[in-house]
Design a protein around this ligand. Structure first.
Ligand SMILES: Nc1ncnc2c1ncn2[C@@H]1O[C@H](COP(=O)(O)OP(=O)(O)O)[C@@H](O)[C@H]1O
Ligand SMILES: [Mg+2]
Length: 261
């Protein structure tokens, strides 16, 4: 049997904002083809961890390795072509653009032609455009949104707008997708749809890192969960072990949060 392959590894990652230690010596090993949950109370450092992995925030200390190689600190647009893509906690969809164009923007990293000239319909971009539209259509199909591709993003319900952002990340053909609270604000049917999409992507070999507050969701889908509190990793393991970990229960109760699953 093949040993599990670590695709993304963080060692001793620390980040301070003024007097606040947002990340404190965090180690993380993400296994290829798995869904890795990141949980923790508000302010625990979860989004900062994503910002560090995706190059939005430079860590004060530590190393990130991706597919066995040290990842130099680099702007997000340089990391996307390597195969690291994300969605944001606060939705970032261009509301006046169509769903399809929102997703096409996720692919500009792979094209020699500026995406704006493609959107403007320049001739020499036609072949690339055909391929790009195919990839976008496929990403939208994964989200069950193929019938919405020509609608303006603003006309979709909030839950579907979040899926447009997810489709945009997929259209960049990533190996690792980081989802920052993708289920926040979704209704139960939309949440279960999201889980199905994530499970399908895992079957296809994608690696997913998933920040989420809804414990039931996290416990249902994740292979491994890491728990952050005050910037420190306080627990890690399979869902059932993490759920009963005394430090995890304490961290959530201390913030008045409930730990339900
Ligand atoms: N760019 C920043 N400048 C200053 N403080 C920040 C910045 N980003 C995050 N923080 C602080 O770092 C802590 C962790 O934030 P964050 O990573 O967003 O937490 P989480 O996503 O777990 O809720 C919070 O106290 C937050 O206010
Ligand atoms: Mg956050």
């Amino acid at each position: 049997m093949n040993p599990e392959k670590v695709i993304l590894q963080l060692r001793d990652i620390s980040k301070r904002f003024g007097g606040l230690q947002a990340l404190d010596n965090v180690d993380l090993s993400v296994i290829h083809g798995k869904i890795h949950g990141i949980i923790g109370p508000n302010g625990a450092g979860k989004t900062t961890l994503f910002n560090v992995i995706t190059g939005l925030v430079k860590p004060d200390r530590g190393e990130i390795r991706f597919e066995g190689k040290t990842l130099p600190y680099s702007a997000p647009h340089r990391l996307v072509p390597l195969g690291i893509c994300r969605t944001f906690q606060n939705i970032r969809v261009f509301k006046e653009m169509t769903v399809e164009d929102n997703v096409l923007i996720g692919q500009h990293v792979h094209t020699p032609t500026p995406v704006l000239s493609i959107l403007a319909g320049r001739k020499h971009a036609r072949e690339w455009e055909r391929k790009a539209r195919e990839v976008a259509a496929h990403a939208l199909q994964m989200m069950g949104l193929e019938s919405k591709s020509h609608e303006l993003a603003k006309n979709l319900p909030y839950g579907q707008q979040k899926l447009v952002e997810f489709a945009r990340a997929l259209a960049a053909q990533p190996k690792v997708v980081l989802l920052d609270e993708p289920a926040a604000g979704l209704n139960p049917a939309e949440k279960s749809n999201l889980l199905k999409i994530m499970a399908t992507l895992r079957e296809k070999g994608y690696t997913i890192i998933f920040i989420e507050h809804d414990m039931k969701l996290v416990m249902n889908i994740c292979d491994t969960i890491s728990v952050l509190d005050h910037g420190k990793k306080i627990a890690e393991g399979e869902p059932k072990n993490v759920r009963n970990h005394p430090d995890v229960i304490k961290a959530y109760l201390g913030k008045g949060g409930a730990l339900r699953a």
